[in-house]
Write a protein that binds this ligand. Structure first.
Ligand SMILES: Cc1cc2nc3c(=O)[nH]c(=O)nc-3n(C[C@H](O)[C@H](O)[C@H](O)COP(=O)(O)OP(=O)(O)OC[C@H]3O[C@@H](n4cnc5c(N)ncnc54)[C@H](O)[C@@H]3O)c2cc1C
Length: 319
């Protein structure tokens, strides 16, 4: 017998388009030219996601005379950076509890650096007028199982006692924020998280890099990285780059450094975007403060509003 719930799911998803919502955007620029020929630079950055883009941008900001080249195999932001949930979090440890379990003595420093990092991201977005719907809404982590309540509450109280703008909400208070009967309590981190349109952020960083003089070549996969004296040599299908320094921002893709491949653990993440909610639908669920939301489960669900009031739902799964 078929599970009736799978019928409901199949009917609900019948009209869904299997596409990446954020990337399906008229504002995305044409790809820049592939590299043809040989060039020299001070810094070659491989990968045009957030890691590569921020590296190139910060290098140029710290020394405008540096000659920086960024090489991207496909288009800027097409991979994880342009298709994520858009939760831009201060936490450098994927949450406070995880950080306390692994690096308890270093947490004060990690938390300070994380807060400075988020503030600097916000300042950069503002300074260069990057149109990416950056909203400092904070995040509400909710308990949806009785066993999650005590830990979540203890975390909220400890963080609040150490000065963080974090608030414990009991079941009634959390349901007043977002009207779900499944919520048993929640932690509202008021300052530690911003919501962003990630593909727009990547496009904006691309524009700023170009304005600062970074040379960007898209559709230019680096096939090999070798050392030739003091220089690194990056080989691409139709060209070659000689660089004094190289920064790899290739994320989950096979690293150009074979030894780094052992450290890559793939995590799948499924995301679904709804149609824009109308006023009545919005009123039915509250959510006036537009916080990012996640539950406290190990393989958690996360969800958020877009600037046109769609809900993005996501759930990560480890392979
Ligand atoms: C569905 C989903 C939801 C997520 N949600 C969140 C979230 O809400 N908040 C959060 O903080 N994180 C989230 N993440 C994680 C986050 O998106 C990534 O950590 C981040 O985007 C990684 O950026 P990156 O630049 O390192 O990698 P990527 O964006 O993957 O970019 C790597 C780039 O390198 C290029 N590349 C690889 N090899 C080569 C080569 N040899 N030559 C040239 N180019 C190469 C690729 O083409 C790619 O463009 C999510 C991820 C996914 C998939």
């Amino acid at each position: 017998m078929t599970d009736p719930r799978s019928d409901v799911a199949a009917r609900s998803l019948a009209d869904a388009e299997p596409a990446v919502f954020w990337l399906d955007d008229q504002a995305r620029p044409e790809a820049s030219e592939s590299l043809v020929g040989e060039l020299r630079c001070d810094l070659a950055v491989v990968g045009g996601g957030f890691s590569g883009l921020w590296t190139a941008l910060l290098a140029k900001e710290s020394d405008p005379s540096l000659d920086v080249v960024l090489l991207e195999a496909r288009e800027i932001g097409w991979a994880a950076s342009g298709r994520n949930g858009g939760f831009c979090a201060a936490s450098l440890t994927h949450g406070h509890a995880n950080g306390m379990a692994r690096w308890p003595s270093e947490m004060p420093v990690l938390e300070r650096l994380g807060a400075e990092n988020l503030a600097a991201i916000g300042e950069t977005v503002e300074r260069y007028a990057i149109d990416c719907s950056f909203e400092r809404t904070g995040e509400l982590t909710v308990a949806v199982q009785p066993w999650q309540v005590a830990d979540l509450r203890a975390e909220a109280e400890a963080r609040s006692a150490s000065g963080a703008a974090v608030q414990w909400l009991d079941a009634e208070q959390v349901r007043a924020e977002v009207h779900s009967p499944t919520y048993l309590g929640g932690v509202w981190d008021h300052e530690g998280v911003a919501m962003v349109n990630p593909a727009r952020l990547a496009c904006g960083l691309r524009r700023v890099c170009l304005e600062l003089g970074v040379r960007i070549h898209e559709r230019t996969p680096v096939q090999n990285l070798a050392q030739d004296g003091a220089e690194s040599v990056l080989t691409t299908p139709y060209g070659r780059v000689r660089a004094r320094r190289v920064a790899l921002g290739t994320n989950v893709f096979p690293s150009l450094l074979r030894r780094a491949r052992w450290y890559t653990v793939p995590v799948w993440d499924y995301a679904l975007m709804t149609e824009p909610l109308d006023d009545e639908q919005r009123a039915a669920i509250g959510w006036r403060a537009r916080q990012g939301m996640a539950d406290a489960g190990n393989q958690f669900h996360y969800y958020r509003l877009t600037d046109d009031n769609r809900i993005l739902w996501g759930v990560p799964r480890q392979s």
